[in-house]
Design a protein around this ligand. Structure first.
Ligand code: SRM
Ligand code: SF4
Length: 567
């Protein structure tokens, strides 16, 4: 056993299955996530897969969906729903090469409805893929060394990392660690290689999943590494976070955060968003050991009976922070050191051209809600394909759904600038600061859980709020605004200064008072309201904010101080 790897991976660690929820039995009976996916893919009778296979395919990074815009019409015509699949790539730290970009672009044009979606966790999603095209899509990704393993499912997901590479050496080191950590924590999943890549099943007496066992984790588990002063990954919303701490010689280690999460269910007070706690410091050499220790605590003590309470944040609250921290220390075989000082200043992106410490440049492109497609006057998809053909650096997807064309050598900058201009992208950041700080989840028409629009509506609402901001001289005032089509919170709304979560078509809960750099949860202000009421409320508040704010005060802090919300 690697001495840094304190969890013994040589035993099958699956929990006993008595008194556990149905998903636990499903996982246990799945033959390590194989189920009958292979057969389902070639079943010509339906465009869908069974309920069980759909659940298992999430571990492979795939979700079955149907086009909700035409669901009723299909029902009227007595047709099965228009089934398609969403495929999510695992992209640690959001880093991809131009070659990988070109392949993603090619696959999206061939199978994914001519569009790519950049997500809030720095990766690509393809939508609209039909069952017959799924293998070709995943094999295409494999050609450029991309995979979709554990992009969803009850396992440790793709690891996030601060996107902005301005302090080049530090960033390179932390980004490399996020990749190493992602490769370390994903399940072994031989099923993935057999089903999608046509590899032979190998008979072996070795345990297939020495760390996870047959039942994997109780629920999804999210990890992120962040480099202050940016808190772009919203580290306090991660199940497990690592805050980079530097000294005179660069990266020394990380403060460890545990127990963050956003999801909640309406009218279910036992579910709630929770900010992570900082539990201590680890030297950088202990990163993998610390992750193993934390994930194994959740594996062994997470709630496997009640899925709605299975996230790590509830384990932390149910068992107690001190107990969980103690268990982590004992599994690490060393105490956590005292957390070290750090400071966050924002969770947004710095747009336009920025110079790196090593003399190269980055261009951060604003991509509204992460939607890469070709729009009239703004051919984002064609433009980025053209740039990928000449770019010699990397692309970095940001946690705010934007894109950094990174590591551009000074002599290459004019060519990139010309292509940005040619495709209508050169002024992507000439927007109100509100729009530049907006995030919306996908929601309709693909998300089965959406109760209201998000991506297709927030841009319009921001346009109306922009008019109010302009009247009050606030166009350049950065305010975070996020919309999710349901309470699950995929846009991380509960740490935003202004947030909406969908309740019904055209109706949202309004939350206010989140911290500007993600340090404070917001509070429910009004329930189930439509656009006229939203505009009326925010018009009054933004007017007062413009007149009464104290120097440099952020909107989220102002609504708290002005007494709109309980202290
Ligand atoms: Fe999410 C489920 C989309 C980030 C909390 N999320 C879903 C599904 C897969 C719906 C489903 O279960 O069938 C959505 C697919 C919609 C579609 O058509 O694409 C979906 N989530 C997304 C994305 C694409 C939103 C986006 O617009 O970018 C993000 C993909 C991230 C990625 O690349 O992995 C996305 N989801 C998040 C985040 C933000 C984050 O992780 O930083 C959260 C809140 C943080 C958290 O997990 O606490 C989030 N998604 C959820 C939840 C609620 C989990 C909970 O604890 O209750 C669900 C529902 C569930 O798991 O049962 C969910
Ligand atoms: Fe779907 Fe809800 Fe997530 Fe939006 S927040 S993508 S509506 S699950």
């Amino acid at each position: 056993m690697n001495p840094d790897q304190v969890v013994d991976r040589s035993k099958d660690v699956s929990q006993p299955l008595d008194r556990l929820g149905p998903d636990e039995q499903l996982k246990a009976d799945s033959d390590y996530l194989r189920g009958s996916i292979m057969e389902a893919l070639v079943d010509p009778i339906t465009g869908a897969v069974s309920y069980e296979n759909n659940k298992l395919m999430k571990f492979h990074g795939i979700y079955q969906q149907d086009d909700r815009d035409i669901r009723d019409e299909r029902r009227r015509q007595k047709l099965e729903p228009a089934y398609t699949f969403m495929v999510r790539v695992r992209l640690p730290g959001g880093v991809c090469t131009p070659e990988q970009w070109l392949k993603v672009d090619e696959l999206a044009r061939a199978h994914g409805g001519n569009t790519i979606r950049l997500t809030t966790r720095q990766t690509f999603q393809f939508h609209w893929i039909i069952k017959e095209d799924m293998r070709a899509t995943i094999q295409g990704l494999n050609q450029v060394l991309l995979d979709t393993i554990a992009a969803c499912g009850d396992d440790a997901r793709g690891v996030m990392c601060t996107a902005e590479p301005r302090d080049s050496d530090l960033h390179a080191e932390v980004a490399a660690l996020s990749k190493q950590l992602s490769d370390h924590v994903i399940p072994r999943m031989r099923a993935y290689h057999e089903i999608w890549l046509g590899k032979e099943r190998i008979a072996t007496s070795e345990p297939e999943e020495p760390f996870y066992g047959k039942t994997y984790l109780p629920r999804k588990f999210k990890i992120g590494l962040v480099i202050p002063p940016s808190n772009d990954i919203d580290v306090y919303t991660q199940d497990l976070g690592f805050i980079a701490i530097t000294g005179p010689n660069g990266l020394e280690g990380f403060n460890v955060t545990i127990g963050g999460g956003m999801g909640r269910t309406d009218n279910e007070a036992r579910t709630y968003p929770r900010l992570a706690n900082v539990i201590g410091f680890i030297p950088k050499e202990k990163l993998l050991a610390a992750a193993d220790a934390v994930i194994s605590v959740q594996r062994d003590y997470g709630n496997r009976a009640e899925r709605a309470r299975a996230r790590f944040k509830y384990t932390v609250d149910d068992k107690g922070l001190e107990w969980v921290a103690g268990e982590i220390e004992s599994r690490m075989g060393a105490p956590l050191e005292q957390a070290r000082p750090f400071e966050f200043t924002s969770n947004g992106d710095a747009f336009g051209w920025q110079e790196n410490g090593n003399g190269s440049f980055n261009y951060t492109l604003f991509i509204q809600n992460g939607r890469v497609s070709n729009l009239p006057g703004e051919s984002i998809m064609d433009g980025l394909r053209a740039i990928a053909h000449v770019h010699r650096g990397l692309f970095r997807l940001t946690p705010n759904q934007n894109l950094i064309i990174a590591d551009v050598a000074p002599q290459d900058r004019p060519a990139i600038e010309a292509l940005l201009a040619q495709h209508g992208l050169a002024e992507s950041d000439r927007q109100s600061a509100l729009r530049l700080n907006s995030i919306a989840c996908v929601a309709l028409p693909t998300c089965p859980l959406a109760m209201a629009e998000a991506e297709r509506y927030l841009p319009e609402l921001v346009g109306k709020l922009d008019a109010i901001l302009a009247e009050n001289g606030l166009t350049d005032e950065p305010i975070t605004i996020r919309m999710s089509g349901c309470p699950n919170g995929c846009s991380r709304p509960y740490v935003s200064e202004i947030a909406f979560t969908g309740r019904a078509p055209g109706k949202y809960n309004l939350y206010l008072g989140g911290g500007f750099h993600g340090e404070r949860l917001n509070t429910l202000y009004r329930e189930n309201i439509g656009e006229p009421v939203i505009l009326e409320i925010l018009s009054e508040m933004l007017g007062r904010f413009a007149r009464e704010r104290s120097g440099g005060e952020h909107f989220g802090d102002f609504v708290m101080r002005a007494g709109y919300l309980p202290a």
